[in-house]
Ligand binder design. Structure first.
Ligand code: PLP
Length: 402
């Protein structure tokens, strides 16, 4: 029955993680996954998360019951305030549901839109997080996946004019447009505030449906409000219905706990009530209820002034480390006079940068130097440490110059 199934390539990111694990070379470097790593390239448990866990688990009334279908109530409230702003005046019209992390929020949002609106097309940035295409393809292959030309690979800048004209000329009323709220994956470059304003105006003029994917709030610049600026601009300054997929994987370091929320901004209370009804049914049919453990941790940290303050320090710690590694890598590449354009490494935001390295050079980095990065040439800055950054720059220089 299943023998004729078509076989797809294994997921490039997860295949590299396995290959890296199996590599016995003592100085191997992993620049592929989007997971924060500490000064010794090890996973980091945020001190705020550690404290919240201790408080939660020392309470003997903490049980393992189901959450409600919509999820952990305090998490939903606090997640809303976090992304839309503490004085979120229109909260009465936002339908929020807990999801299986950011991926689940993207997936449930796509499923909801496919069932509720049956859009003609979804517009996705070129390039993007690999899973956007996967998700939309599996949810409904009849919805045409189109791309807007976000990134100029030669200059490592945003193709702003082309993005605007693509949306203006080709997108049709009711089409979905996926935006990365901040710290665009994989390019590390975001629209400026003026550019966001222009993009919002086009969405409003054409009545498009913005779908924000926010996987890096606070983690990008260390400033929660700054990283939510794009979403808040659309929310407060347009009357568009819109979606936000919110992940707590990166900014809380809770990767395996799978904590996320999907928000659908409905603009009227009747639309909100119908949306919640449909989201509940879709989620019930898929997962019944979302996981409780990580939801409790995030809700606890966001609801406790001391823990929240500690969390903001943790975010700054992560973003400062990434910024300093960006500088160290750029300095080392310049020291070796490595041919190519590298200045953007310093100005890119968040975890990722594109290197412009070619497939053969990427293969050499892995084969000869045991340095792992995605086939697209994207590097994850968090894999860099004081111990390996020089080695990485030297190896990049070697593959570029030989
Ligand atoms: N969206 C973007 C842009 C991402 O980069 C990621 C993770 O890499 C996600 C969503 C999903 O994150 P998760 O499902 O781990 O919360």
């Amino acid at each position: 029955l299943f023998a004729n199934l078509s076989e797809a390539e294994p997921d490039a990111a997860f295949a590299l993680i396995e290959a890296y694990k199996a590599d016995n070379f003592p100085f191997k470097v992993d620049l592929s996954p989007g997971f924060y790593r500490d000064e010794d390239a090890r996973p980091w448990i945020l001190p705020s998360v550690e404290k919240a866990k201790q408080q939660l688990w020392s309470d003997s009334t903490t049980d393992h019951e189901h959450l409600p279908i919509l999820g952990h109530t305090a998490l939903l409230d606090r997640a809303q305030s976090l992304i839309f702003g503490a004085t979120c005046k229109d909260a009465a019209t936002i339908a929020s549901i807990q999801t299986i992390a950011g991926t689940g929020a993207n997936h449930l949002g796509a499923l909801f839109l496919a069932k509720a609106r049956r859009p003609r097309s979804v517009w996705i940035s070129d390039p993007t997080w690999i899973n956007h295409h996967e998700i939309w393809q599996w949810v409904d292959s009849r919805i045409e996946r189109q791309t807007y030309p976000y990134f100029n690979k030669q200059s490592f800048t945003i193709n702003f004019e082309d993005t605007i004209s693509t949306l203006k000329l080709k997108a049709k009323e009711g089409d979905i447009v996926i935006f990365h709220g901040c710290a665009h994956n994989p390019t590390g470059i975001d629209f400026t505030k003026d550019q966001w304003k222009a993009v919002a105006a086009v969405c409003e003029e054409k009545n498009l449906v913005p779908f924000f994917d926010v996987a890096y709030q606070g983690f990008a610049t260390g400033d929660l409000a700054e990283d939510a600026w794009s979403v808040r601009h659309f929310f407060y300054n347009t009357s568009l219905e819109m979606l936000v997929a919110q992940s707590f994987s990166k900014n809380f370091g809770l990767y395996g706990e799978r904590v996320g929320v999907l928000h659908v901004v409905c603009r009227t209370e009747i639309a909100k009530s119908k949306t919640l009804n449909m989201l509940s049914r879709l989620s019930r049919a898929e997962i019944t209820t979302a996981p409780i453990n990580g939801a409790r941790i995030v809700a606890k940290v966001l609801g406790d002034a001391d823990l929240k303050q500690q969390w903001q320090k943790d975010l700054l710690h992560m973003s400062h480390r990434m910024k300093s590694m960006r500088k160290r890598l750029l300095d080392a590449l310049l020291k070796y006079q490595t041919p190519g354009s590298w200045d953007h490494i310093l100005t890119d935001i968040g975890m990722f940068s594109m290197t412009g390295l070619q497939p053969d050079q990427i293969r050499q980095l892995k084969g000869i130097y045991h340095i792992y990065l995605l086939p697209s040439g994207r590097i994850s800055i968090t894999g860099l440490t004081e111990h390996n950054v020089e080695y990485v720059a030297m190896s990049i220089n070697k593959v570029v110059t030989t």
